[in-house]
Design a binder for this molecule. Structure first.
Ligand SMILES: *Cc1c(COP(=O)(O)O)cnc(C)c1O
Length: 371
């Protein structure tokens, strides 16, 4: 036994499902390479394990946010091409070149620093250029990018031209086609460079009325981990994370009893409650709690839905197990995330998205890997 055996939560990460999701997404547009976005500890699933599983499934190109993450991918998948989305911090060029990872350059300053490093070092490490076609976040302005491309003005040959979709999770929005067509026009100025536009939502949509979103390389992230970014449109993805919480104690309480901090929920019927050994400090956002007239998230015991009762505490959650088998008691495990209630369901119940549920998964959970 180790302390892990007494953890309040047990997180099972199915690397086989992760690999299957990558293969499913790759097959949607077979002519376009399918990369894997593994920033934020592979969306909370564990970067080293996820990167190794994705590489074994066939992924050759990875995107992270930071150099520290790129090092982990480099160690887990030595052959991988690794891009760092958050660009080039001042003075970092030598470190990027030494690790053999590629910055995604999104401003004239970053491009000048990279070109200066190449000129001074005589090496020719690869980098991507990010063009902003409507996100207003990172990347060159379209006119700036066009000027640099027409004039051969980067000082090196970009290994990838990329842009990022702002609204593809809402398929009816016209912005996605506007971004696609702006990006297609710009990449035509440098037709030899591979081009990349699609995130998970763009990969699942695969095209707009105006044309294909896949280009040469797609960059799905969240869909790999089983979350569907396009609400209301079923996607062929398998759940990757399963989370169970340990019951510490059960108690019976009369109708009218107030439960938890603030007493914001009063029981409508005589109830049996189970107190779980996880809370908002484990990434179960407090907004998922329940109060009179405003129900929150739900756990499951087998097929029985067991709603959260009252506010979520830092390390504890109360659920209603009145309808669950009487065997639920100290030491039982209940499902927090799984086939009945997935990351997108918990996200919705907390007023947020599956991304935030995944990236908030606690370091305190016992972690088990399948596959
Ligand atoms: C995070 C990110 C992705 C992946 O987005 P998902 O919605 O998780 O698929 C792709 N490209 C860029 C630039 C990103 O920042």
């Amino acid at each position: 036994m180790t302390d892990d055996d007494f953890a309040g939560g047990r997180l099972t990460i199915d690397l086989g499902a992760l690999a299957d999701n990558w293969r499913t997404l790759a097959a949607l547009s077979p002519a376009s390479e399918c990369a894997a976005v593994v920033k934020a500890d592979a969306y909370g699933t564990g970067l080293d394990r996820a990167a190794a599983a994705l590489a074994a499934a066939g992924a050759k190109t990875f995107f992270v946010a930071h150099l520290s993450e790129a090092r982990v991918v480099r160690a887990a998948a030595p052959e991988a091409v690794v891009y760092v989305l958050n660009g080039l911090p001042r003075g970092a060029a030598l470190a990027y070149a030494e690790v053999g990872v590629r910055p995604v350059l999104g401003s004239r300053e970053e491009i000048a620093e990279w070109a200066g490093f190449i000129a001074a070092s005589g090496a020719n490490p690869a980098a991507a250029i990010h063009i902003d076609t409507g996100m207003t976040r990172l990347g060159l302005e379209p006119a700036e990018a066009a000027e640099l491309m027409r004039g051969g003005g980067f000082g090196f040959r970009p290994a990838l031209l990329m842009s990022h979709l702002a609204c593809a999770d809402e398929p009816e929005r016209p912005e996605t086609e506007r971004q696609r067509s702006a990006f297609a026009g710009l990449r035509a100025l440098l037709p030899d460079a591979p081009a990349s536009l699609a995130n998970s939502a763009g990969t699942l949509l695969s095209r707009t009325a105006g044309g294909d979103l896949a280009f040469d390389l797609r960059r799905p992230g969240v869909a790999l981990y089983g979350s569907n970014p396009v609400a209301g449109r079923p996607a062929p993805l398998k759940p990757v994370v399963r989370l169970e919480a340990r019951v510490i104690q059960t108690r019976d309480a009369a109708a009218g009893t107030a439960v938890g901090y603030g007493g914001v929920e009063t029981l409508a019927r005589p109830s049996r409650l189970a107190i779980l050994s996880i809370g908002y400090a484990d990434g179960i956002l407090r907004a998922g709690g329940s109060e009179d007239g405003a129900p929150g998230a739900a756990a499951y015991v087998g097929d029985v839905r067991c709603p959260y009762v009252g506010r979520i505490s830092m390390d504890l959650i109360a659920i209603d197990v009145t309808d669950a088998p009487a065997s639920v008691g100290r030491g039982s495990w209940v499902e927090i995330l799984g086939d009945h209630f997935g990351v997108d369901d918990l996200g919705r119940a907390c007023g947020t998205i599956g991304y935030e549920v995944l990236t908030g998964l606690s370091r305190r959970y016992q972690r088990l890997y399948l596959g």
